[in-house]
Design a protein around this ligand. Structure first.
Ligand code: PXG
Length: 451
């Protein structure tokens, strides 16, 4: 038997029953094989598809590549680093770029943050943060603090910790019996009766943070290690926090000695016009998890940023002991560190965060231009994050959204991401206003043309 291969759309259609060796992540594989959507190169705001078309990227990679694909400064830094030192052992030995990067991140972070722990992805950042929370409380003499609180519709990656605190039923369903014990979930904050079509932060829903008090009353707050939330839920369809919500969470955590973790894998590095959503909302957590925009998506890398007190609490035991038995072969990888340093330079020299913020009103107007469309149930936005929730087809939830994705790809030369019937938008941080308008003109055309 010849090995299955994807060559071209036409070739694949001759081999409908072929199996691809590549088991793609979060992909409907059997559907994909019928008409593979293959990208072969990328530059700036566009991809080039295998069939030679130039596709506009309305999702900046996967919330990753805010300054555009193949930014020359980042490419150069990676090329130079890979030739100078491709890999360096990170356990008990270090290399200067990882230290410089950690310092830069700590300087960018809100006051009181003092260290960064490097990972390779958002999922690893989340599991690292959860482990550090447990280790911290134990070091402080509170070994009973092992419970976690997440939130419905939260996404914290796909590793066991992140899945357990996450609130996405399909991701959890198959693994339900083996998720972490001792996890509760806050209710999510989306209520279409109360806050549909709100622009920016919804007025309704701040009180939903008080549910944390009920969870503390049930288990006793002294047993809870940490609360983890995305300041704005991203992948479940952009749910900006109701006004006052995050402040209330912070207050309740403080009252009970619980650590607050902001998962900023999407919201960090300019997506909401500042280095971190924590800055934008004026609510300072104890840990911040990051990935994606840290390297503009160029090389996989994540980082957990930690407040001083957490680091200090763990510097105990015999002087020669390893303080935290945790780390990855690629923590602080030199090529990733070089990519991240170059990315942070670009953010600074090209005033990316300011530019991103200045685009917000244009983006808001452009996305809400679809609010009159009969297939649209809701539109939500904050920063340069936006979602259009479509009315599902009868008995076929998710299909309309998936059709929009495919039709945009084949007929409108544009990548549009759908999560079921919710279309998500993560435009480039250095977009031009006319690009933002063009995205939603094309989406309208597609919505008009499908059932
Ligand atoms: N936390 C958050 C808030 C994320 O958005 C992760 C953790 C996990 O990161 P890694 O690097 O392990 O994938 C994410 C990832 C979507 C979508 O369609 C978003 C993500 C992943 C897949 C799809 O919005 N975010």
């Amino acid at each position: 038997m010849t090995k299955p291969r994807i060559r071209s759309r036409s070739k694949l259609s001759d081999h409908d029953n072929d199996r691809n060796a590549h088991w793609m992540p979060f992909t409907s594989l059997r559907d994909f094989q019928k008409a593979p959507r293959l990208l072969t190169s990328a530059q700036g705001h566009y991809y080039i598809s295998e069939d030679g078309r130039k596709l506009y990227d309305s999702f900046s990679g996967l919330w990753t590549s805010g300054v555009g694909h193949c930014h020359p400064q980042i490419v150069k830094a990676v090329q130079e680093q890979v030739a100078e030192m491709d890999y360096s052992i990170g356990f008990q030995v270090g290399h200067p770029k990882a230290f410089s990067l950690a310092e830069r991140l700590v300087d960018m972070a809100p006051d009181g943050f003092s260290s960064a722990f490097f990972t390779n992805s958002g999922s690893e950042s989340v599991d690292t943060a959860l482990k550090i929370a447990i280790a911290y409380h134990r070091a402080k003499g509170n070994a009973q603090r092992t419970r976690f609180v997440g939130r419905a519709r939260g996404y914290h990656g796909v590793n066991f910790g992140g899945m357990s605190v996450g609130g996405i039923a399909p991701n959890r369903k198959v693994f339900s019996p083996v998720l972490l014990p001792g996890v509760d979930h806050l209710p999510h904050t989306l209520n279409l009766k109360k806050n549909a079509f709100s622009k920016g932060l919804p007025n309704w829903g701040g009180h939903l943070a008080d549910e944390l008090e009920n969870i503390c009353a049930l288990h006793d707050g002294s047993n809870i290690a940490a609360v983890i939330v995305e300041p704005i839920s991203g992948s479940t369809g952009v749910l900006p926090p109701p006004i006052g919500y995050l402040k209330r969470l912070r207050q309740i955590c403080d009252r009970h000695g619980i650590l607050l973790i902001f998962d900023e894998v999407i919201t960090a590095f300019g997506r909401v016009g500042r280095a971190f959503a924590a800055d934008r909302f004026g609510v300072i957590p104890d840990m911040i998890t990051t990935a994606k925009g840290l390297t503009n998506g160029t090389i996989p890398m994540g980082a957990v940023l930690l407040k001083e007190g957490i680091y200090d609490a763990l510097m105990t035991g015999p002087k020669r002991t390893i303080e935290l038995f945790h780390g990855y072969t690629y923590s602080g990888h030199p090529v990733a560190a070089a990519a991240a340093l170059a990315t942070l330079d670009v953010y600074e020299t090209e005033n990316i965060f300011e530019h991103s913020k200045s685009l917000e009103p244009i983006f808001e107007e452009a996305i809400h231009s679809l609010s009159d469309h009969p297939k649209v149930l809701d539109i939500r936005n904050f920063g340069l994050m936006g979602a259009i929730e479509l009315e599902p087809r009868e008995n076929a939830p998710g299909e309309r959204g998936f059709d929009v994705h495919k039709k945009c790809y084949w007929d409108e030369d544009m990548i549009v991401r759908n999560g079921g019937d919710i279309l998500q938008f993560s435009p480039f941080l250095n977009s031009r206003p006319e690009d933002l308008e063009m995205i939603f003109e094309r989406v309208r055309k597609v919505l008009d043309s499908i059932d």
